[in-house]
Every structure is written in structure tokens, then in C-alpha cells.
Design a protein around this ligand. Structure first.
Ligand code: KIV
Ligand code: ZN
Length: 510
């Protein structure tokens, strides 16, 4: 049996379905380039029929990325398949990914279709996609709760019609490892033409079992795994790439399979996903959490100093967590900046470099050492953002033990400068009130969090806000050594993202 496991990353599609995690096209392209460096085999770039934004993002990624397969999701409707193929038209290695639900519950309650109708729909859709291209994946949504024999029939029909990969999703995270492994074996034994396709799995983490189920499926013979960075995704998320990769890497006796993943890019990729989506990684998260390699108990520290293997089953360097970071400072020139950015995966135009260099200089006046996280924040704020409707020009805040906090602010709104001032409970409240009064913002603040980008008292504070207006939810992010300024930037970024979401047509829910 082939022992190579294909990594199919869906951070940009299922990952983006995490509430508030929407990314713009430039951010998606940046992440796609990083995933290519990481060694992902197939990248699901989006669902082109979902929105104009998705269509644009998949098109841009497909045109740029040459070494990974680029997949576009589609329902069985012809229009969806046409849009997926249109978005993939410039891809070096395109894949059309077709999905329909196959559990009795989903077919009756959601699709209002019989088993025979679903089988016919699958045959027609896969044949139609196959008439355009050879590389077709078919997914049986809610596969783990589907009737086993019907599921085998479904896969047989999909492969017969031309599917080269068949994917078995545990859509609602209901399966447990032994049961899921048995299902994989059952499908492999009872689908007559399964040897003509790659069998894939796609697990959700509702019971915290996504990684365990995915590993059990590999042991049972699945050879493609669908994953996301940091495990982000719909509800409790998807299987996290880093956990599966490091389990394979650390326990080769149990998983005698190979992958194409360059493990030393795991940590930088995880950081980039956090930076772009604003979804923080819990400190105790396996492999990429802040505490994953931190030893607190004296007895552990003592053991690790004597021999790291006493308490470390993986080396931090293996996942790209190095203590010897290259830092830039006040005296670093444009050349050093360009070359560091290039090593980090950013190929900037001269104009973009100029903008980043100016911001870098501004920051290095306030902060001695500029680390990768600072540069990521600068690029994220300066280059990857959508065209902003609202820009912060000026902020002054008065606060302390004896004054009523007050903020005065100047914003550039569609090219016009406007000033305002407001009081608040604290300086951040005052700043938000002043901004909201100027643009008549109705957005509700659902969440506010602050995090230090690097160590040191001069570190930049990175603020993430989650805003809601008329059912639209957006994250906003801002970084600055002054946390009130970082908060104002994050609030304005969130308001800009809401403006951007207002321009997109409604997304269908699958
Ligand atoms: O969870 C799911 O079933 C999916 C499919 C589109 C593969 O995301
Ligand atoms: Zn999913």
C-alpha cells in the first residue's frame, strides 16, 4: 500500500467558516504562499459560488501558486461547478471539489431528496466536472452518519463517474476513533472500485476527537487528510495540521507513513494564521500553544536542563520555534529589511517596501529590537489590508486617577478629515466613543482582547476586537507600542471590515 499521506489544507475555506475569521484576498494569498512553503499538497482556496470575494481570492491564488494543487469547493449545481472551474482557470494544478450530503437525516431534512436522487445528482455533477478536468474530489457530507452500504454505493458512483479522490467527512464531529477506523476499513473493503481513487478524511472537533479520528483513519488506510492550521474551522474547528504531522513525526512506529510537510514552518505558519484571522491559539494547545514547550515545574526544568528528552517528546526547533531570532533595529537599512522580509516569505514591490520601511523606522524609534512578529504586524497593517474607508490620523487621550477619561480624534473618512471628542469610562472607551460618534457607527463590541506581540516592556500591544452590526461579524486588529492607539486601530480596522462585508453578496450556507 502507498504510504504517502496527502495533506489537504482547508484553512482558507473551512477555517474561514470560523465565526468572524473572514480574510481578504490579499491575506489569503499571503497565507497560500506560506502553506506552499510548509509543503501542503492540496490547498482548498475557497468556495467560488459563495461570494464575489471567494471567487476573486480563489482566482488570485490559482494564478499565483505553482507547486500546490489548488482546490475550489462546489455544490452539485452546474453553476457552482462552472464558477469553481472559472476560478481555477489559471491554476497550474487545479482540483474541483464537489460536495453533497449523504446521511438520511441531511438528505431528508436539508436536501429533501431521496437516496436515488442523490446518487443521480452525484453521477451527473462528477461527470460534468470531469468533462472539464481530470482531477476531481467528491465529498459525502455527514459521511460518518450515513448508512454504510449507501456510502459505499455513493463512492462507487463518484469513482465510476470520474472522481480521483473520495472524501469521508465527520461533518459534525460525532465519530470516535475505533468506530471511524472501522468505517474506513468497511469502505475500503466494500467499495468495489476504491483502488482507483485516494480515500480521504475530513474531521471536525466537536468532541475534541478530530486529530484522534484522523490518525485512526490513517492507520485504517486513508491516504489524504483534510486539516487546518491551528485547527480553526466551523464550530469547534477542524483537525489541526500540526497535531497530525507531529504525531506522525514523533511516533513513526505507529504511523509508518511519509508526508511532504516541512515541519520547521509549522510555528511561523501558525503565527501568521493568528495574525491574519485574529483567532488566538489557546496557551496549552498542542504543538503551537505558547506553553507547548514551556516547563514550569522545578523538577521538569531540572530534568530538561540535564537532558531535554526527559520531558520533551519533540524539539522546539523541529516545529520552527527557535530561540536564536534575527532581530532588526534602528540602524538596519532597507536592504536588511528586504532580505528579512524575503526570508519570511514576503516579496514586496518597491512601493510596498517603501511603505513598510517607513513604518519600520517609526517603530524602531519607539522599540529597540524589531522582531518577526513586529514585521508581520507592519505588513499586515500596511499591505494586506483592504482599501480602508476610515483611517486614523490623530488620537489624543487624557486619563488617570483624577480626570474623567477623554479622547479627541481625527479621522480621514473617504479622503476628508473630521475631528471629534468624547468621554468614556476609561481611555479605550473614550477613544471608541469618539470614533463611533464621528462615523455614526452602530457596531456592537462583542469581544476585546490584548496580547503582547513580543517580550519586553517596549513590546507592541496587539489588540483584537470582534464587532457585530446587523448580523455581520468582523474582527479588527491593531498593533502599537501604545495600547490605546492599538485599540483605536483595531476598532477602526473592524469597522472597515464591516464596510467591506457590506459590499459582498450573501453567502449560501452548506
Ligand atoms: O465538514 C464537511 O462536511 C465539509 C465538506 C464540504 C467536506 O466541510
Ligand atoms: Zn468541514
Amino acid at each position: 500500500m502507498n504510504n504517502r499521506v496527502i495533506f489537504f489544507d482547508t484553512t482558507l475555506r473551512d477555517g474561514e467558516q470560523s465565526p468572524g475569521a473572514s480574510m481578504n484576498a490579499a491575506e489569503k494569498l499571503r497565507l497560500a504562499m506560506q502553506l506552499e512553503k510548509l509543503g501542503v499538497d492540496v490547498l482548498e482556496a475557497g468556495f467560488p459560488a459563495a461570494s464575489k470575494g471567494d471567487l476573486e481570492a480563489v482566482t488570485r491564488i490559482a494564478a499565483k501558486i505553482k507547486n500546490m494543487e489548488i482546490a475550489a469547493l462546489s455544490r452539485t449545481e452546474k453553476n457552482d461547478i462552472d464558477l469553481a472551474w472559472k476560478a481555477l482557470s489559471h491554476a497550474a494544478k487545479p482540483r474541483i471539489h464537489i460536495v453533497i450530503a449523504t446521511s438520511d437525516l441531511h438528505m431528508s431534512a436539508k436536501l429533501n431528496m431521496t437516496r436515488d436522487e442523490v446518487l443521480k445528482e452525484i453521477t451527473e455533477a462528477v461527470r460534468y466536472a470531469k468533462s472539464m478536468h481530470d482531477n476531481i474530489e467528491f465529498s459525502a457530507e455527514d459521511g460518518s452518519r450515513s448508512d454504510r452500504d449507501f456510502l459505499c454505493k455513493v463512492f462507487e458512483a463518484a469513482i465510476e463517474s470520474g472522481a480521483t479522490t473520495v472524501n469521508l467527512p465527520d461533518t459534525v464531529g460525532y465519530a470516535v476513533p475505533n468506530e471511524f477506523a472501522e468505517l474506513i476499513k468497511y469502505v475500503r473493503t466494500n467499495t468495489s472500485n476504491i483502488h482507483k481513487a485516494v480515500l480521504s478524511v475530513h474531521c471536525h472537533n466537536d468532541l475534541g476527537l478530530a486529530t484522534a479520528n484522523t490518525l485512526a483513519a490513517i492507520t485504517a488506510g486513508a491516504r489524504q487528510v483534510e486539516v487546518t492550521i491551528n485547527g480553526i474551522g466551523e464550530r469547534a474547528g477542524n483537525t489541526s495540521l500540526e497535531e497530525v504531522v507531529m504525531a506522525i513525526h514523533t511516533r513513526p512506529n505507529f504511523f509508518p507513513v511519509s508526508t511532504n510537510i516541512n515541519t520547521e514552518y509549522i510555528y511561523p505558519t501558525s503565527k501568521l494564521v493568528t495574525m491574519i484571522t485574529g483567532i488566538m491559539v489557546q496557551p496549552n494547545k498542542a504543538v503551537v500553544g505558547a506553553n507547548a514547550f514551556a516547563h514550569e515545574a522545578g523538577i521538569h526544568q531540572d530534568g530538561v536542563l540535564k537532558n531535554p528528552m526527559t520531558y520533551e517528546i519533540m524539539k522546539p526547533e523541529t516545529v520552527g520555534l527557535s530561540s536564536n531570532k534575527l532581530v532588526l533595529g534602528k540602524h538596519s537599512g532597507r536592504h536588511a529589511l528586504r532580505s528579512r522580509l524575503k526570508e519570511m516569505g514576503y516579496e514586496l514591490s518597491d512601493d510596498e517596501l517603501k511603505l513598510v520601511f517607513n513604518k519600520f523606522k517609526e517603530l524602531s524609534d519607539k522599540k529597540k529590537q524589531i522582531e518577526d512578529e513586529d514585521l508581520e504586524a507592519i505588513v499586515n497593517e500596511g499591505i494586506l489590508r483592504i482599501t480602508d474607508v476610515f483611517c486614523l490620523e490623530y488620537l489624543h487621550v487624557a486619563s488617570g486617577t483624577t480626570v474623567l477619561p477623554m479622547a479627541s480624534v481625527k479621522l480621514l473618512i473617504n479622503g476628508k478629515s473630521i475631528r471629534g471628542a468624547a468621554y468614556g469610562n476609561g481611555p479605550i472607551d473614550a477613544a471608541f466613543n469618539a470614533i463611533a460618534s464621528l462615523i455614526n457607527a452602530k457596531a456592537e463590541l462583542l469581544r476585546f482582547s490584548i496580547n503582547s506581540l513580543t517580550g519586553g516592556t517596549d513590546a507592541q500591544g496587539e489588540v483584537t476586537v470582534r464587532l457585530k452590526e446587523n448580523g455581520l461579524i468582523a474582527l479588527g486588529k491593531g498593533a502599537d507600542p501604545d495600547i490605546i492607539v492599538a485599540s483605536a486601530k483595531a476598532y477602526i480596522n473592524g469597522l472597515n471590515r464591516i464596510e467591506y462585508l457590506k459590499t459582498l453578496p450573501d453567502s449560501p450556507v452548506i
